[in-house]
Design a protein around this ligand. Structure first.
Ligand code: HEC
Length: 196
């Protein structure tokens, strides 16, 4: 009898499964019945929508080591100090000494020691990377929220805190790539074929 009850239970479960499959299939069918180019389909799935040059420009924000891709605008050390205090110091410390976020200042001369400190000043080979990184990733809680002028100013401030540029520096697309980073010569090319 117990076996019989179990057998009688099965068709009901099978029916429920079959119903679920049918519901899913009809949902799929109703999707594919939307004509290509239909606005309602686009707003739900955004599949099949051609990208415009504007869409691509918003996404394609990388900057090459030599400065290709840097936007117009400029910013100086003093302005950067104000922005850093307001938007960065809570995580990186008032002078970039580190806290919740990485240490950004100091560490020069420690790379070959037992406790290397890799900071923007001690480790990064290109100043242009600083602009790219801050613009795309910082502040951590609001990435891509800074204007080009703000990012130039913050780059100038951090480079000045690291003793790399003087306090009266104003940076822009022409001057930022010319900043010589202390560890520029500290990297070796990867000898494997096809590597940089
Ligand atoms: C809410 C905390 C927070 C705030 C605010 C913040 N950062 Fe950061 N920052 C971080 C964290 C966490 C990392 C490490 C991220 C990682 O490794 O993925 C980081 C990494 C960085 C780095 C790379 C450090 C390295 O050597 O790899 C830079 C440069 C930087 N932040 C600059 C800034 C600037 C400039 C601002 C202000 C506009 C800012 N951050 C605001 C948390 C923060």
């Amino acid at each position: 009898m117990r076996d019989g009850r179990r057998l009688r239970g099965m068709p009901a479960r099978t029916a429920r499964t079959a119903l679920a499959v049918l519901v899913s299939l009809s949902a799929l069918a109703s999707c594919s019945s939307i004509a290509p180019g239909d606005q309602s389909a686009r707003s739900i799935h955004e599949i099949g929508t051609p990208l415009t040059d504007q869409d691509l420009a918003a996404w394609n924000i990388d900057i090459a080591p030599d400065g290709r891709g840097l936007p117009a605008g400029s910013g100086d050390v003093a302005t950067g100090a104000h922005i850093f205090a307001a938007k960065c110091a809570a995580c990186h410390g008032a002078h970039g000494e580190g806290g919740l976020g990485d240490q950004l200042v100091g560490g020069q001369g420690t790379l070959t020691s037992a406790k290397p400190k890799r900071t923007v000043g001690s480790y990064w080979p290109y100043a242009t990377t600083l602009f790219d990184y801050i613009r795309r990733a910082m502040p951590y809680n609001a990435p891509e929220s800074l204007s080009a002028d703000e990012v130039y100013a913050l780059s100038a401030f951090l480079l000045n805190q690291n003793g790399i540029v003087p306090a009266n520096t104003r940076l822009d697309a022409a001057s930022l790539p010319r900043v010589a980073m202390p560890n520029r010569g500290g990297f070796v090319a990867d000898p494997r074929p096809g590597q940089l």
